[in-house]
Ligand binder design. Structure first.
Ligand code: FE2
Ligand code: FE2
Length: 128
């Protein structure tokens, strides 16, 4: 996927985090194509940790700034936390490939455009 597939948000550090994940997803796609299962296990675990830190940072930002849509946004993170954990634990190479080539990039593009953009706008403008 391309970094330009993702909308830019109003907080530069979050854009940097999103862009790092695009690079990690692309690396995982290459490992899927190469059928490198040991390499995949490591890279999938690293991206899982990166997503966890990313989601937690956004949730902390929302809590600190009393954002009204915190629970909706957190629920979408939680659904992906669960989905990602089940892929990381149970998926075979075909399942990983479908997830990292299609499902996750589509989710990421939609999540950033629908929730992260609005959240970052609120957090950047917060005068607490
Ligand atoms: Fe995000
Ligand atoms: Fe988010």
């Amino acid at each position: 996927m391309l970094k330009s597939d993702l909308e830019r948000v109003a907080l530069p550090p979050l854009n940097a985090i999103h862009d790092e994940e695009v690079e990690m997803i692309n690396a995982i796609q290459a490992l899927c194509r190469a059928g490198d299962e040991p390499g995949l296990a490591t890279a999938v675990a690293e991206l899982g940790e990166h997503f966890e830190a990313h989601f937690t940072l956004e949730e902390d930002n929302m809590g600190r700034t009393e954002f009204s849509d915190l629970e909706e946004h957190r629920a979408e993170h939680d659904a992906m936390r669960e989905r990602y954990a089940s892929i990381a634990e149970d998926a075979d190479l075909a399942g990983m490939t479908a997830f990292f080539e299609e499902e996750l990039p589509a989710w990421f593009v939609d999540h950033v455009a629908s929730l992260d953009v609005v959240t970052a706008e609120h957090v950047a403008g917060w005068q607490g």
